[in-house]
Ligand binder design. Structure first.
Ligand code: DGJ
Length: 545
């Protein structure tokens, strides 16, 4: 039994949180954020999400596992399909799940499991045939003219209960099969929930509910957020008089924006039922992911009502049992979008991002982990690049893996910062240098490499992180020029005492390579991490006057 290994482990130098090693994977508070504790130790997810259909075939996955491991991943984000595990109502077939566990374990990989249940990218294509074929029992959402769409209505308790039963069965199975090994770290509930091409279901029951009152618990929860309420929702609420009671149309408006708040609430309530049912069987961390909306589009023009930035407070109120809400980021404005999911009540995790081979993927990982304390990162369709284990994501992950002990010790603390150029939605790259203040220093990171490219798209792939660790600064990434200034203390001038490149070995010991000086530091003027090559440098400074 695991209890023989019951050892209390303290994970943080910031707030000393101790967790029993035998406990299932869980999130614990650390500084201003939360950390994932697995087998009693903090864990950083260096992940990638499989293409949608890959996990349905053991034969298809057979060659991929070893390649994913060779790519420096420690976690594979993989779907589990309702249609495969419950082909006949009440009769479960665990073959696909057990094969997934077996494949991951055989390659020393962890899993984040995605529940492809009632909804997958708005639609309901992954539900079993006995659900698909019984629209009487499992009603579809309807357009304004009463025509059904292939989206299960969120307003049918029978659908919610069937989905929750299957999900609870999955969690019970994982508890049986995996509580000891802890291969599965976290679970995503549904996939990119959202209503399209309307902002709310127009079935009779949905229309009736929309004409009824806004639940007081939602309005109380929004009021409790005060000035921290997401600005778009605060504005919508104010625009309609900031009422503390009334129908949906009275409180949030009769147009698609008001309808979307209604949709978000009901999706959140539905998902909450699954999370509660699942956690009763096995209390792993659970989250919902979202397809983000393009700017200036109306709610019926994008999948509406998911845990979008402007609806986070609605989801937090409607589905409080979720551990966090997570953005899938396929748009270029990565830093702005991720920042919205790093809240006082939400830890950041990016389960999906631009296809794994995208040049900016590794810099995004460094930024999210270093600056926003992300639990991890997972570009989509990861197996599409696994025939090239030297791809840039893998080279970035190799560096992040070496730095993991330092990263997990400094999560949620000002000793660690992440850097990457800000990119706007339209692709404009803003390469203005960024700063970090720590230990009496102002550290400035520029992204324009003095000796190489001026191509803005390449510059968008530059970035990294800095961790202050006693007298040392660990600077990691690519395409960064770093300078230092004293902002406190009596000796304002700062020089480079030691700059060296190197690697942490398998035991975590620093093995120094070249001592960098002369041209490599521009005669002591800066620290430079060249573009196109993720690396770590140890820097020690001194002060003079
Ligand atoms: C986002 C979805 O969540 C994924 O399952 C997949 O469909 C990708 N989009 C495709 O880009």
């Amino acid at each position: 039994m695991k209890t023989s290994r019951l050892v209390a482990v303290c994970v943080s130098a910031v707030t000393f949180v101790c967790v029993a090693a035998a406990a299932p994977p869980q999130l614990v508070k650390q500084g201003t954020t939360q950390s994932l504790i697995v087998d009693g130790k903090p864990f950083l997810i260096l992940g990638g999400e499989l293409g949608n259909s890959s996990a349905s075939s053991t034969a298809y996955m057979a060659d991929h596992w070893a390649r994913l491991k060779a790519m420096q991943l420690n976690t594979v984000i993989a779907p589990v399909y309702w249609e495969l595990i419950e082909p006949t109502e009440g009769k479960f077939d665990w073959t696909s799940v057990d094969d997934l566990l077996r494949g991951a374990r055989a390659h020393d990989l962890k899993l984040v499991v995605l529940w492809f249940g009632a909804w997958k990218n708005s639609m309901s294509t992954y539900v079993p045939a006995w659900v698909k074929r019984d629209a009487q029992r499992f009603p579809r959402a309807q357009l304004v003219d009463g025509v059904s769409v292939e989206i299960l209505s969120a307003h049918a308790p029978v659908t919610r209960d069937a989905d929750a039963r299957a999900f609870a069965a999955l969690m019970a199975h994982l508890a049986d099969m995996d509580a000891r090994e802890q291969t599965v770290l976290m679970v995503q509930v549904e996939n990119e929930i959202g209503m399209l091409p309307i902002a709310h279901d127009h079935s009779a029951i949905a229309n009736k509910l929309f004409a009824g009152p806004v639940p007081p618990e939602l309005l109380r929860a929004l009021a409790a957020r005060g000035a921290r309420l997401e600005p778009e929702l605060a504005q919508l609420w104010r625009k309609h008089g900031a009422k503390t009671s009334g129908t949906w149309a009275q409180v949030f408006g009769a147009d698609e924006s008001g309808e979307e708040v209604f949709t978000a609430w009901h999706y959140a309530r539905f998902a909450e039922a699954l999370v509660q049912a699942g956690k009763k069987k096995y209390a792993l961390p659970m989250y919902a992911n979202v397809a983000l909306n393009r700017p200036n589009k109306k709610p019926d023009e994008y999948p509406s009502g998911g845990p979008l930035p402007h609806l986070l407070d609605v989801w937090k109120a409607g589905a409080p049992s979720f551990d966090f809400l997570a953005p899938d980021i396929y748009f270029p404005n990565f830093s702005d979008l991720t920042a919205r999911y790093r809240r006082d009540d939400n830890v950041l995790f990016i389960p999906e991002a631009n296809n794994a081979g995208a040049v900016e993927a590794p810099a995004n990982a460094f930024f999210a982990i270093g600056e926003l304390d992300a639990l991890g990162f997972g570009p989509f369709s990861i197996e599409s690049i696994d025939t090239d284990p030297q791809n840039s994501l893998s080279r970035g992950y190799a560096v992040l893996a070496q730095l993991t002990p330092l990263i997990v010790a400094n999560r949620g603390s000002p000793q660690m910062s992440g850097f990457r150029p800000r990119v706007l939605f339209d692709g404009t790259v803003i390469d203005t240098p960024q700063t970090m203040r720590v230990a009496g220093y102002e550290i400035t990171v520029g992204f324009l490499d003095p000796w190489t490219t001026k191509d803005k798209q390449v510059i968008a792939s530059h970035g990294g992180l800095i961790i202050r660790d006693g007298d040392d600064f660990w600077i990691a990434g690519q395409g960064m020029v770093v300078t230092f200034r004293g902002v406190e203390g009596s000796a304002p001038l700062v020089g480079l005492e030691v700059v060296e490149e190197g690697e942490f070995d398998a035991q975590g010991k620093w093995v120094a390579g070249r001592r960098l000086n002369g041209d490599q530091t521009h005669q002591g003027r800066h620290v430079r991490l060249a573009p196109g090559q993720f690396q770590i440098q140890r820097v020690r400074l001194y002060r003079y006057r």
